[in-house]
Design a protein around this ligand. Sequence first.
Ligand code: 5AD
Ligand code: SF4
Length: 456
Amino acid sequence: MKQIYIQTFGCQMNISDSETILSSMTPHGYQQTETLETADLIVINTCSIREKAEQKLRSYVGRLKPIKEHSPHLRIAIAGCMAQRVGKELLRSMPIIDIVMGPDQVRDLPELLEARDYSGKPIVRTEFEPEDTQFNLDHRTYRDKSSGFVPIMKGCDHKCTYCIVPFTRGTEKSRPLDSILEEVGFLIHRKGLKEITLVGQNVNGYGRGTAFDFPKLLWRLAQIPRLHRLRFITSHPKDANQDLANCFRDIPVVSPYLHLPIQSGSNAVLKRMKRLYTHEEYRDSIAMFRTAQPRLAFSTDIIVGFPGETDEDFQDTLKLVEDIQFDFAYSFIYSERPNTPATRLKDDIPLDVKKKRLFLLQKKLQESANAKSLKLVGTEQELLVEKSYEKDGAFYVEGRTDTFKISRIATDRSYAYHDLMRAKITSTYETTLLGSDLTLETHPTHQSTIHTHASL
Ligand code: 5AD
Ligand code: SF4
């Protein structure tokens, strides 16, 4: 067998695309390795969302130089958003690269490798595919993770002025229903998974312009027997409507967790970002979702230091965060991306001001996240196990509540990575829930099982 090493940077779409890349190579005699030095093929799936992500790729490739010098047969492929954005230029600055392929080429690596070896020259292929061939995803190879990632759409029709995604992923394309049903069915019934995460840049754009929209998709998937938890990521607030809120209320398998990026609490900044909503409308959406499902947990994304962000704008963001009390959040310093509309705005905020704002924001976000977790002390939770390990002679499992909270639970039995367990939450460490295994309390005669790595 030949060995393929895959390094994935970026978002949920890249994780899903890396699974497709691996699946395309397995029929050609490749198996995944965790050791760079023994790889015959290294694939780096890249991200362009911020400049830092691109710098990461450049330094990563720099570290591969000595490995390539030792094994001239090694092939290096750069996939994903940065490959799409930078294309040929990557070859000029990093000549050890053999293949540059965009997100629409995730199934084409075998053919590209052949072309590379036949021509003896590096290959660049980054055209957007007019057809949705990337959704023909039969026989995908998956990570051994408790949540099965299923792509349902790609691209984005929104034109946020800071965002590179429309350039790297193109316009929205929805995956045919039959193909989604087949993959979800496979993951539930053949792989034994209990949770599915539907992924897309804007899942709420699913079926845009047709009668079969995203809430209808959720209703349809909920009919699949033995599907226990259904999640999705990411949603644009403009497309998150009452029908979606009702899904959280009426469909038991839809997990009570929603990622809804706000980006800023200031209407002036939201307007310059072209987010298509005001902070009042965003607050109304949150209230609508909370009314429909009071248990709903929320996370968000926030950018600080967008061009022209005044101190008052930033205070509006702090106020919004204070009012909404997110369960957790990702926050970033604005990073200018080439050719995006925001490049026409003057990036006028000094870096030290941006850093200070990020610090203050993260402090506030951490407070509400910690408080949200603390509220769960004393409750019983169902956890989906992600991993199981031994530390200082004690055994633990890590898992997620249905509200997506990370939990670390003491136990004396072994769990597989996608088992369900019940736990009593007794304390927290920052946002992590700590507790004990209720299975043990309800079965006092239970004997400890012997842990082996094979069972983990
Ligand atoms: N600069 C900083 N953060 C960005 N994001 C997207 N584009 C940029 C940028 N140019 C953030 C947004 C988005 C998340 C995935 O990354 O908050 O929701
Ligand atoms: Fe990064 Fe966006 Fe591409 Fe995901 S879609 S890899 S976040 S640039």
